[in-house]
Write a protein that binds this ligand. Structure first.
Ligand code: URA
Length: 210
């Protein structure tokens, strides 16, 4: 989706000194069957410019296919649009030199707040029939920190969502009500393979709802 240029400029300016890399827009149908919301792009996504094109994306594609959805049927975005990274310093004992690596990390609450106008814009433009936050970062952003993905995954409910408040320092509830269907983040299965069956059942429920 093309975002208002002013909005992107404002967000890039506010994050320029933060450990964030690149910028990836949300992608897909603007009349989607489901709007999926992830956490933040990783290294692969920043290189390919395609959301969920890394390891977690392989699982996402498998589950989409299992319910006959194509990427062109859906819209995918995330609560942060740049790659959050750590800096790790490691001593190479042979050479005595330090090397640095920059692995992906979870975005901070502050980074998510700065990006809030973008996802608000996407949701207001698309007016999704079903809004599927994937994982805790997306669920907390849209519904509040009291929600836990382990309690709410695979449940369909109607709710207002959190949108940026007028002071731009926190959230307020939207006027509109949305159909929400939380899912585990696809990367969850990379850390805990036992979740695979539960996640597959949730996707089958999603298929029945669509
Ligand atoms: N995780 C996300 O939330 N989004 C991506 O595009 C990749 C991994």
């Amino acid at each position: 989706m093309d975002y208002p240029k002013k909005l992107v400029k404002q967000i890039l300016a506010a994050t320029k000194d933060m450990p964030l890399e690149g910028f990836l827009s949300g992608q897909g149908s603007i009349e989607p069957k489901v709007m999926f919301v992830g956490e933040a792009p990783g290294r692969t996504e920043i290189e390919t410019h395609i959301p969920f094109s890394g390891q977690a994306g392989k699982w996402l594609d498998e589950w989409l296919e299992s319910i006959n959805l194509k990427r062109s049927d859906i819209y995918i975005t995330s609560v942060v649009r740049s790659r959050p990274f750590h800096t790790r310093k490691k001593l190479n004992k042979k050479t005595g030199e330090f090397t640095f690596s920059h692995p992906n990390r979870t975005p901070t609450k502050k980074e998510i707040l700065i990006h809030a106008p973008l996802i608000d814009f996407e949701i207001q433009s698309i007016k999704p029939k079903i809004l599927a936050p994937m994982g805790n970062s997306a669920l907390h952003r849209l519904l509040g920190n009291q929600y836990k993905i382990s309690d709410w995954h695979g449940k369909l409910f109607d709710s207002k969502i959190q949108v940026l408040n007028d002071e731009a320092n926190g959230y307020q509830l939207s006027h509109e009500t949305y159909k929400i269907f939380p899912l585990y983040h696809p990367a969850a299965v990379l850390y805990n393979s036992k979740l695979k069956n539960v996640i597959e059942e949730d996707w089958q429920k999603l298929s029945e709802i669509i």
